[in-house]
Design a protein around this ligand. Structure first.
Ligand code: CIR
Length: 253
């Protein structure tokens, strides 16, 4: 069960965030409203949410998930592969000092963005992507090992981050879409296969047996509901314009 979450309010510089989506520029006012709704949905799931102020120096810093991997035993500060995101980690490290006794940190030449890391119990799948490299993944696996946790790598072919296309909903239930439908390592889970035309909704989050989904993905909603989960929907269209989804917007622990 999660008790807390950390989010960061999007700054005006959000419009300069990295994007391949081709959906236009995000509207800052709308993004602020959506971010507040997102924060409320986490609170409605019972989490105590720490809201950090905007950091205008880092346009993508609202995607706070990428800066750290949080486990019950330790926090691992990442080393983002995107040059414009490198500086996001120092402030997050400082904040996490209030919550974690054990803090590890990935260093060059390793790069890791934690959107590439999916926790399944005490095992962590690490996507090798344009942002997370083999050396970074090995450093993370070494840190996990120190705390009795395990990790393994999954090669990505198409998506930005591992969790762009897959989400673990506990109880052996794994949401998968696109390239992850056939991933060998995932075949031992009960797969909830999301249709390609709703691929954005594969980035959903489990919070204490409720599932938060992006708004308007009716087929995905029906699939997840059929597995017995209570669903909450949040409109995150302005973050989708920057390739970001629900998981990227918070650190949950
Ligand atoms: C980026 O390209 O880094 C941001 N515009 C989006 C990050 C999304 N984060 C995530 O999937 N964990």
């Amino acid at each position: 069960m999660f008790k807390r979450a950390i989010v960061r309010t999007p700054g005006k510089s959000l419009v300069q965030g990295l994007s391949t989506a081709g959906l236009g520029l995000p509207d800052h006012q709308k993004a602020l409203h959506q971010h507040a709704e997102y924060t409320k949905s986490l609170e409605d799931c019972g989490l105590d949410v720490l809201v950090l102020p905007p950091d205008e120096n880092f346009p993508d810093s609202t995607f706070v998930e990428d800066a750290a991997l949080l486990t019950p035993q330790c926090a691992i500060i990442t080393n983002p592969g995107a040059p414009s995101r490198k500086g996001e980690t120092s402030k997050i490290k400082h904040v996490l000092g209030d919550f974690f006794e054990n803090i590890e940190e990935v260093s060059d030449p390793g790069t890791v963005e934690a959107g590439d890391i999916m926790m399944v119990g005490s095992h962590f799948y690490i996507g090798l992507s344009e942002r997370t490299n083999q050396n970074g993944a090995e450093q993370v696996i070494g840190f996990l090992d120190k705390y009795g946790l395990t990790g393994s790598v999954i090669e990505l072919e198409e998506v930005l981050h591992l969790k762009t296309g897959t989400a673990y909903l506990e109880h052996n239930n794994l949401v998968v879409c696109g390239e992850f439908v056939r991933t060998e390592e995932f075949q031992k889970y009960d797969l909830l296969v999301i249709p390609e035309d709703e691929s954005y909704a594969a980035n959903c989050i489990w919070v204490n047996d409720q599932v938060i989904l992006p708004k308007g993905y009716l087929k995905t909603r029906a699939i997840i509901q059929s597995f017995g989960y209570e669903i909450k929907e949040v409109d995150v269209s302005e973050f989708q314009k920057l390739d970001g989804g629900l998981s990227c917007l918070s650190l949950r622990f």
